[in-house]
Design a protein around this ligand. Structure first.
Ligand code: SF4
Length: 333
């Protein structure tokens, strides 16, 4: 895309950019806390899913100091349903480090940002460019798609990642890298979509090799994926006096630090009954989890939670689905 293509993209963005709650309005300075929070939430998650979480978090914790002072369980509970829970643990660790060691100010260079928990190459570049006006090369999935089409890159992802990074580097202007990145992301989200890109409305169509060749959907080329392995596990609904047993999962590992029903080994001897199963897809595997239900004679160790307030427990989505099975079992019992 020649320079006039970048200019056309920026002119289009000035008029048609998405209004998003973390974006500064014209004349406002971007707030690094809001940019950081949104970028962490947006890792592997759609804008539509992130918006209500972003609004909930910023209402409750309007700046990095308030978030740093929050209890772990509160933040994990507020994150429930957004998935990829390691992000929430890193979010807190990062907020606490910024509050304690950086005077509650985010560092403004990619290099320093990358030393913070949960901030990788993409997120550091996005914060440096968008919040601090640095020249940084910002490549997310939308940018990969747009750039692979502009240059009709034949190399397949994920191997093509460095090539796409280098091409994005060539396109990124010396000033306004944040606007350029956001413009490219918006183009990918609204016009240069995975299916049926709307090339007729595209501000850079005249510079696009894939559209010239006639079939932009061919890009980005992707290597064939190995099928996701399937795993099986068992969860337990143990109830006594209108309360159900929950455990906090170990901090590391799948859904680490979240409240959940016990899994694996039965938490007590009881007359366990099958209550169906649920399927849930994680990044690297698909899980089928059975639910066994029983009534307990007495409350044992653990966190006993009122069944009629389970929606306030902040259960991750998998366990929310299992809770629905447990409710069906109660009705049938
Ligand atoms: S012309 Fe079409 S394929 Fe090329 S960048 Fe624009 S929307 Fe995407």
């Amino acid at each position: 895309m020649p320079v006039d293509g970048s200019n056309a993209l920026l002119a289009w963005y000035a008029v048609d950019k998405r209004r998003l709650p973390w974006r500064a309005e014209a004349g406002e300075r971007p707030d690094p806390y809001r940019i950081w929070l949104s970028e962490v939430m947006l890792q592997q998650t759609t804008v539509a899913a992130v918006i209500p979480y972003f609004e909930k978090f910023t209402r409750r914790w309007p700046n990095v100091e308030t978030l740093a002072a929050a209890a772990d369980a509160e933040v994990m509970g507020a994150w429930a349903g957004l998935g990829y829970y390691a992000r929430a643990r890193n979010l807190l660790a990062c907020a606490r480090l910024v509050a304690a060691e950086h005077g509650a100010l985010f560092p403004d260079s990619e290099e320093a940002l990358r030393r913070l928990p949960g901030i990788g190459r993409y997120t550091a570049a996005a914060i440096a460019a968008i919040a601090f006006g640095r020249r940084a090369v910002v490549v997310d999935g939308n940018v990969e798609r747009v750039v692979s089409r502009l240059f009709a890159v034949e190399e397949a992802l994920p191997g093509a990642r460095e090539t796409l990074y280098a091409l994005t580097d060539r396109l990124t202007p010396a000033t306004g890298a944040g606007d350029f990145a956001q413009a490219t992301m918006d183009l990918g989200a609204g016009i240069c979509t995975p299916r049926a890109p709307d090339c007729g409305r595209c501000p850079v169509a005249s510079s696009c090799e894939a559209q010239r060749r006639g079939d932009p959907e061919l890009y980005p080329v992707k290597a064939a994926k190995a099928p996701r392995p399937r795993r099986q596990d068992v969860a337990y609904w143990l109830e006594h006096g209108g309360e159900v047993l929950l455990v906090r999962r170990p901090p590391k590992g799948l859904l680490g630090g979240m409240l959940a029903f016990p899994t694996g080994l039965a938490p007590a001897e009881a007359e366990w009954r099958e209550a169906g199963s649920v399927d849930h897809v994680f990044t690297h595997f698909a899980l089928n989890m059975r639910l066994l239900c029983a009534s307990a004679d007495a409350r044992g160790e653990g966190i006993w939670w009122p069944v009629d307030k389970l929606d306030e427990a902040g259960l991750p989505t998998l366990f929310g689905k299992l809770a629905a099975r447990g409710a069906e079992w109660r009705q049938a019992a």
